[in-house]
Design a binder for this molecule. Structure first.
Ligand code: ADP
Ligand code: MG
Length: 713
């Protein structure tokens, strides 16, 4: 057993300097400007003393008084209890850890100044672990900043570092003042004064306006941050605009302006009829008008010599796959190769099956690449891809590995783009042919609310499928207490008797260990016992790929009645005969995630349902917010509406995926609350780039440093 380190108690408290410095680096606080822009979470008022008579519960108070009583209680947990009297009242100070020296400083009769949060309770006013020092010292003249920090980085150290950064940072104003006055920000202060104020506000300011960031100084800072975000994205977009991609046109479309699909092309030449037309003609359904519109948008982009950079968003089940297939057809018609990459093997398999089903009869060779593939098969596939014989390649991350040589890659389609890292998307660009960039189509089933699209995805073109194919029966969603599990199982029996299939989703196994949730294995055993004669399968992320594939095959094939799984089925799985989805511990999931899951049913004509099982744990009932969230799920089937509510409740992180690690995440501004500033920044960004390019560059450098590179992916 390692010995507990006891030596440090006696040794002088000299921490190696590298500790806090490392922590600073971890926070990304490298340059003086990074430190200057590391703004307080809140402030503490050490500029005044209050009387105990006047304090309220929950308030952070600084009080001076005399110690009337001091004792170490040893029953229960060891505590030092001190009673402070300031002449207007008393307050109990509780310490759970304390050194003898501290105990001495808090001896009866000592005059001390304490600062802490006031709590009520049996014993009257209480402070837990207040900071304290001898009474009578000078009071602070400005509010004391409290910074966001990490373990190993004490506030005092961080305060000194920030002050030093503030002194050394270069802080010229980068936004011409006429633009600031457009949003009512009179440039009364320059940047240096502004930041000094935000770090050390004078005590006369309304603390509330500082805390909720409505103060003009905060408004200015948020405006600056939003502008940096817009500038960097616009810059990335403009840089892409000078890159070259192959124009994916056929000879007859080259000579005339692009035609809307379905008109004119290939007429009179049945033998030369483009794949695009032939695919449309053989599909077992008509495209919805939304699908037709996005196909036109994509086709238009593909005809250009500027690489496409487009996000295709559409609710679950809106039919993105066929749009991807048609985009691939445009590419193949022009004589180029297309790659489609999906985040999981299951999803890639489904795409492969679907695309082969559509395209193979039309004479197209589709190659298949995944990490789990046998070496021989893989060699064959690589050869097909390198020779150009395979016009379409479907697979997982395996597609972007070094060994994969395309013959003529011109279009890369990425499904569920938020699951891929920036590096992976950049790797696709490494597959250039003759310095030509591939066109990029990213797809997502998590609709991005408009505000987010405008801020975080300003450099992308967005196509939206806002309509579901006809004939879908809406999914009925029910919120059910886990205590009524038996009724749910009875319902499953009924559905199975009708020949239907059921998904049962459990939270991730990793999490369930920590959170003591019922895990998938246990549920699987339970359902197997409760449903004799029914094949109940189990699918979770830790299973070997071959096993996953076998289980999924049995479910898609219809032999398996119930599939118990962790969220691995979250994206893309398409089994139209599945009509009931049960989600266990629904209260643990994000709304958009629940919506994604629910979208796995209701794909056929049968009436479908989703049961959101919730568990209250030890509590008698679910919290009001949790109930409200689940109720929202039951009330709405509209992914956009749900995404909007999710954004309100959980913030943008859910939507961002890889971009979260990039520069685009806003620290201070909030795209919903600061929509006005966002609109201003969007308008200003092109003006700044055109008319004040040097200031714009300086502005981006200040806010993003080298991180703007992330946006190029
Ligand atoms: P998602 O957008 O979630 O990826 P899919 O592409 O998997 O949706 O499509 C869901 C289902 O709807 C599939 O079975 C697909 O074949 C079918 N589908 C797509 N477009 C149409 C349409 N226009 N009419 C009828 N069914 C369609
Ligand atoms: Mg899909």
């Amino acid at each position: 057993m390692p010995k507990p380190s006891v030596t440090s108690a006696n040794a002088p408290p000299t921490k190696p300097l590298s500790g806090p410095q490392k922590a600073l680096r971890k926070l990304g606080l490298d340059r003086p400007i990074d430190l200057a822009l590391h703004l307080p979470l809140r402030y503490e008022d050490e500029t005044r003393l209050v009387k105990l008579r006047d304090v309220r519960e929950g308030e952070l108070a600084q009080v001076e008084g005399t110690v009337r009583h001091s004792e170490v209680r040893i029953t229960g947990s060891r505590q030092l209890l001190v009673t402070l009297d300031d002449g207007t009242g008393t307050c109990l100070l509780r310490f759970f850890t304390f050194y003898p020296s501290q105990q001495k400083a808090l001896a009866v009769g000592s005059q001390i100044r304490v600062r802490g949060e006031i709590r009520g309770g049996f014993a009257g006013l209480t402070m837990m672990h207040p900071t304290f020092k001898p009474a009578g010292g000078p009071l602070a003249t400005a509010l004391t900043p409290v910074y966001p920090t990490v373990a190993g980085l004490p506030q005092a150290y961080l305060r000194r570092a920030v002050d030093a950064g503030l002194a050394r940072a270069e802080l010229v104003d980068t936004i011409p003042s006429v633009y600031l006055s457009q949003i009512g920000l009179q440039p009364k202060w320059n940047m240096r004064q502004l930041l000094s104020f935000l770090h050390h506000p004078t005590p006369d300011v309304t603390l509330a306006a500082l805390q909720d960031h409505s103060h003009p100084a905060w408004q200015r800072l948020k405006a600056e941050e939003l502008l940096a975000q817009q500038l960097s994205q616009l810059q990335a977009k403009r840089e892409r605009a000078v890159l070259r991609a192959p124009a994916l046109t056929t000879d007859d479309t080259l000579s005339c302006p692009p035609l809307p699909p379905g008109e004119g092309r290939g007429e009179g030449h049945p033998a030369r009829q483009p794949l695009y037309e032939r695919l449309l003609a053989t599909l077992p359904f008509e495209l919805t008008s939304a699908q037709r519109r996005v196909c036109e948008e994509i086709t238009h982009d593909l005809h250009q010599t500027v690489p496409m950079h487009r996000l295709l968003q559409g609710d679950v089940g809106s039919g993105k796959t066929v749009v991807a297939a048609l985009a691939a057809a445009v590419c193949i018609d022009a004589g180029w190769q297309c790659a489609l990459m999906a985040p999981t093997e299951i999803l890639a398999t489904q795409h492969f099956a679907k695309l082969v089903g559509w395209l193979h009869p039309l004479g197209i060779t589709v190659a298949w690449l995944t990490g789990s593939q046998k070496a021989k098969e893989r060699r064959e596939m690589l050869a097909l891809i390198a020779s150009g014989q395979a016009q379409l390649v479907v697979g997982t991350h395996a597609i972007i590995q070094d060994k994969v040589q395309f013959h003529r890659l011109a279009l890369a389609i990425i499904d569920e783009q938020h699951r891929f890292g920036v590096a992976q998307r950049l790797a696709l660009r490494g597959k250039l042919v003759d310095a030509l960039e591939p066109h990029l189509l990213m797809m997502t089933a998590t609709p991005i609310p408009r505000t987010l699209a405008m801020s975080y995805y300003a450099d992308l073109d967005v196509s939206t499928i806002d309509e579901l194919p006809p004939g879908r029966t809406p999914i009925i969603t029910k919120v059910v207490n886990d205590a009524r599990r038996d009724e749910v199982v009875a319902r499953i029996r009924g559905q199975i008797a009708e020949g239907r299939q059921i998904y049962w989703v459990c939270p991730l196994i990793e999490e369930s260990e920590a959170l003591d949730l019922r895990n998938a294995t246990e549920t699987h055993a339970q359902l197997s016992a409760a449903l004799p004669g029914v094949m109940v399968g189990l699918l979770h992320s830790r299973m070997p790929v071959a096993e996953k594939r076998a289980v999924m095959g049995l479910f898609t094939g219809g032999q398996m009645g119930v599939l118990v799984s962790t969220t691995v089925i979250e994206v893309g799985v398409d089994v139209p005969n599945a009509s009931l989805m049960v989600i266990e511990h629904a209260e643990r999931f994000g709304l958009s995630q629940l919506h994604q899951l629910r979208g796995r049913v209701g794909r056929g004509a049968a009436a479908s349902a989703c049961v959101l099982l919730y568990s209250t744990g030890d509590a008698p009932r679910l919290s009001e917010t949790a109930r409200e969230r689940l109720r929202a799920m039951a009330e709405s089937n509209d992914g956009f509406e749900i995404a909007r509510r999710d954004l309100e409740i959980r913030g943008p992180g859910e939507f961002m995926g890889a971009r979260q690690s990039g520069a685009a995440l806003l620290r201070f501004a909030d795209v919903v609350a600061d929509a006005g500033l966002l609109a201003w920044a969007r308008e200003l960004a092109p003006l700044m780039l055109d008319q004040h390019p040097a200031l714009a560059a300086q502005h981006v450098l200040r806010w993003l440093g080298g991180k703007a590179e992330f946006l190029k992916a």
